[in-house]
Design a protein around this ligand. Structure first.
Ligand code: SAH
Length: 212
């Protein structure tokens, strides 16, 4: 996975490659799906959600440009894999998940794997977490209809927000960098497909058809 899917496609950060080489990705999937752990694609987890393709996890981590000791906010814990990769490069992660069963399973999984420095919170993370702001990086692993203003405002100066934004079934991966208290730059990193961010600054949970 690391050689063929990541290094050969331009992921060069040895910290990320090392963290992903160390982590047993099969442990983040249901026992019946473990054969999918190292395939070059997203894979199903519980509750109709997905664990992202390994390349996308690596790329988003690289785009975040965080260093050991940095405090990172993740929105969309899912299996906990992305959070574990971030912890593996030494950052301190707070991760929000809106589905209780997923949050609990991720907690148990990360404990069993001995992953430290990931705090999982149950709730709507679409408007971020002002209590922990400013964040050294914010990563959203679900698709938003637009960039939530609250997330821009919770970035430290020089910090980046990595977020898929667009339509319900096709998005663009955006990197928003806060240059000063009132200046943000935005770059596009190509097309991606994520499950929807549901909640206050995301799609409407009770009327999924409306947003399609
Ligand atoms: N990063 C995950 C994959 C995330 S899939 C991994 O590595 O496995 C997207 C997740 O975002 C799903 O689990 C979904 O339940 C969650 N989610 C969607 N909207 C959310 C919101 N508003 N707040 C928190 N979590 C949300």
């Amino acid at each position: 996975m690391v050689a063929v899917q990541l290094r050969a496609r331009g992921i060069a950060d040895e910290r990320i490659l090392g963290a992903m080489a160390e982590l047993p990705r099969e442990r983040f999937l249901d026992p019946g799906d473990r054969g999918l752990a190292y395939q070059d694609a997203a894979a199903p987890i519980a509750e109709g959600q997905t664990i992202s393709q390994p390349y996308i996890v690596a790329r988003m981590t690289e785009l975040l440009q965080v260093a050991a000791g940095d405090r990172v906010l993740e929105i969309g814990t899912g299996s906990g894999y992305q959070a574990a990769v971030l912890a593996g490069i030494g950052t301190k992660v707070r991760s929000f998940e809106r589905v209780a069963a997923l949050a609990e399973a991720a907690r148990v999984r990360l404990d069993a794997l001995g992953v430290r420095n990931v705090e999982i919170r149950l709730g709507d993370g679409s408007v971020g977490d002002p209590d922990g702001a400013p964040w050294d990086g914010i990563i959203v692993t679900a698709a938003a209809p637009s960039v939530p203003d609250a997330l821009r405002d919770q970035l430290a100066i020089g910090a980046r927000l990595v977020i898929p934004v667009g339509r319900r079934h096709l998005q663009t991966l955006l990197v928003i960098e806060r240059r000063s208290p009132s200046d943000w730059t935005e770059t596009s990193e190509g097309p991606v497909v994520f499950v929807p961010l549901l909640g206050e600054a995301g799609w409407e949970p009770s009327h999924p058809a409306r947003a399609s």
